[in-house]
Design a protein around this ligand. Structure first.
Ligand SMILES: CC(C)(COP(=O)(O)OP(=O)(O)OC[C@H]1O[C@@H](n2cnc3c(N)ncnc32)[C@H](O)[C@@H]1OP(=O)(O)O)[C@@H](O)C(=O)NCCC(=O)NCCS
Length: 144
């Protein structure tokens, strides 16, 4: 498995994976492309040969950052890919002298919450009915 930065030509595959991994509210090609073009955003992905098997993105603002998305293809889950992507995003934040990394997770998403807790994130507060289907999110933070 190789971890590398997004290229523009990856965005179509990433948008297809978004639909599979976030069926309720996938980011569209346009949203992903607009993030990719933003100076404050960096995307990383995991590749197995020529296949993209996972991806994530982070947006930087002064001394804090937000992890926008992390997803792994179903066939590759629970084998360390999510952890590798998360670590790559955290390393990027460290190179930019970021002090706090935030993310939002659906309260029902036990797999993601476990991943974040295992990697030093802690829950800070909940946002009620944050998602369009009415689910709450937990905001989590990791201090670097
Ligand atoms: C959340 C997600 C990114 C995790 O990716 P992954 O590659 O499976 O994660 P890892 O293999 O690195 O797992 C790291 C830890 O997370 C936890 N974890 C992962 N999958 C889990 C599951 N199905 N159930 C419970 N805990 C799980 C475990 O603690 C695991 O450590 P372990 O392997 O020692 O048990 C993946 O399940 C996914 O893409 N889900 C759909 C999209 C999504 O919900 N993204 C997160 C949005 S906030």
């Amino acid at each position: 498995m190789e971890i590398r930065l997004w290229k523009y030509e990856d965005i179509l595959s990433i948008s297809e994976m978004e639909k599979e991994c976030f069926p309720q509210e996938p980011w569209s090609f346009k949203m992903l492309a607009s993030s990719f073009e933003s100076d404050n955003f960096t995307g990383v992905l995991a590749e197995d040969g020529a296949e993209i098997i996972g991806y994530g993105g982070i947006t930087f603002a002064d001394d804090s950052a937000d992890i926008d998305n992390i997803a792994v293809s179903e066939a590759y889950r629970h084998s360390g890919v999510g952890t590798a992507i998360l670590n790559a995003l955290i390393q990027l934040a460290k190179t930019k002298n970021i002090k706090k990394v935030f993310l939002e997770v659906r309260v029902s998403n036990a797999a993601a919450m476990e991943l974040y807790l295992k990697n030093g994130f802690a829950g800070v507060y909940a946002r009620t009915r944050y998602y369009s289907d009415g689910e709450d999110c937990l905001v989590m933070v990791k201090e670097l």
